[in-house]
Design a protein around this ligand. Structure first.
Ligand code: SF4
Length: 409
């Protein structure tokens, strides 16, 4: 299998999902890292037993070339994972393709914070190194029916009651970060996100960032905050002065008319113009290529999304991408997913544009995780995989967690 074959396989798995044999599922949750729906339920179908934790799916899957792929259950998929002897094997149309592995379950998943909260319900781990916190699994846009049409943050939280605490206390987040990044380090960077806050501002993020400051002094670790765009420059200045490495104000859709239709809350409460302005403000305050905006690709024409990628990257803002998935509980549940070739073409062209306009995005520091995510933990996205087609590299080496990825069986 070539690198391109492995990236294509990951692309197909993200779009088409997969199923499991019962034997293969038994390898999860003991030594293999089980799935936590920490923000969205990124699957086209619900999986019985995942919501209440009785029969968990694996979180991520390690493919050849050390590519990490998000595991997405989809009963109609041609992909299936089964157990053969000591190995866990991925099949397509009942033909074996390759052996796969699960990242190892971190010890903090069985620990509690000082307040007695389960650490796993406060923060979860992605891939080999990424700590993820959704500090508020609610979004104000749902209350007024203005939610983004592809999003299921609220229904995912309601269905998967055992997975997370809805609103996390700063003190609990402090405890998990201290445990997972400093005291018993298995994670090397932190990504924090939340739905839109009630006042359209930063919600309880400032309180959390203030609480994390002593930890950042003890040991520097990159933090990205993926939140709605700021209301004004003062808010951007505050956010960028807290010690975070990068921000992601995710515009999701570039075409103005389609953005208005798909993201009514973002349109009415913030507006596209202010959204782009806040990205420019963050760009001016952070190191190069540390102001990011994610796009859901597959919901607007190719020319439109590539036009947005060209514009933003030429402005020093890094557009990143996720293939659209018609997730359960969204307005778009049951909608057709984009074609693998289409997704491939958009990613290939987008990466070339970014390499030309914003070469800083390809620097070593970012590859190693300085934007709060890296090739070993962006399991739901493909952009790092396409970047390594332009600048060949291995995954970052994890000195602190060199045993964290290993076959469980
Ligand atoms: S702003 Fe949109 S994408 Fe973000 S949580 Fe709310 S509805 Fe979902």
């Amino acid at each position: 299998m070539t690198l391109d074959d492995a990236i294509r396989l990951k692309t197909e798995l993200l779009i088409k999902g997969l199923t499991f044999s019962d034997e293969a599922l038994k390898t999860v949750g003991q030594g293999g890292l089980e799935k936590v729906f920490w923000v969205f339920e990124m699957t086209p179908s619900t999986h019985k037993g995942t919501g209440d934790g009785t029969r968990p799916l694996p979180n991520d899957m390690l493919l050849p070339y050390d590519l990490y792929a998000d595991v997405r259950y989809s009963p109609g998929s041609p992909f299936k994972v089964h157990k053969s002897g000591d190995a866990v094997i991925l099949m397509k149309d009942n033909k074996e393709i390759c052996e796969v592995r699960w990242p190892k379950r971190p010890d903090f998943y069985d620990k509690k914070t000082r307040s007695g909260e389960s650490m796993k319900k406060v923060a979860s781990m992605r891939g080999d190194c990424g700590l993820r916190v959704c500090f508020d699994n609610a979004c104000n846009y749902f209350a007024s029916g203005e939610q983004c049409k592809f999003c299921n943050i609220v229904p995912a939280r309601q269905r998967n009651r055992d997975h997370v605490v809805t609103r996390k206390e700063a003190e609990d987040i402090y405890d998990v970060v201290k445990e997972a990044v400093i005291d018993n380090p298995v994670c090397s960077h932190l990504a924090m996100t939340a739905g839109a806050a009630k006042d359209d501002g930063l919600g309880n993020l400032p309180q959390i960032l203030e609480r994390l400051k002593p930890l950042l002094k003890e040991k520097n670790f990159p933090i990205v905050t993926a939140v709605t765009a700021t209301r004004n420059i003062e808010e951007t200045e505050y956010l960028c002065s807290t010690g975070i490495s990068s921000v992601a104000f995710n515009l999701e859709i570039w075409d103005e008319k389609i953005f208005n239709e798909i993201c009514p809350g973002k349109t009415r409460r913030v507006g596209r113009e202010r959204w782009i302005q806040s990205l420019k403000e963050a760009r001016d305050l952070l190191k190069p290529a540390r102001a990011l905006s994610s796009f859901v690709v597959g919901l607007e024409p190719k020319e439109s999304v590539l036009g947005g990628i060209d514009y933003l990257s030429s402005e020093g803002i890094w557009p990143i991408m996720s293939p659209f998935v018609p997730m359960v509980g969204t307005d778009y549940e049951g909608k057709e997913a984009p074609d693998t070739d289409w997704i491939w073409d958009v990613h290939e062209k987008a990466t070339e544009i970014i390499h030309r306009n914003l070469p800083d995005a390809f620097c070593d520091e970012i590859w190693d995780g300085d934007i709060g995510i890296c090739p070993s933990c962006t399991t739901t996205k493909l952009f790092f995989d396409f970047m390594r087609r332009i600048v060949p590299r291995d995954n970052p080496k994890r000195i602190m967690s060199n045993e964290s990825v290993e076959a469980f069986v």
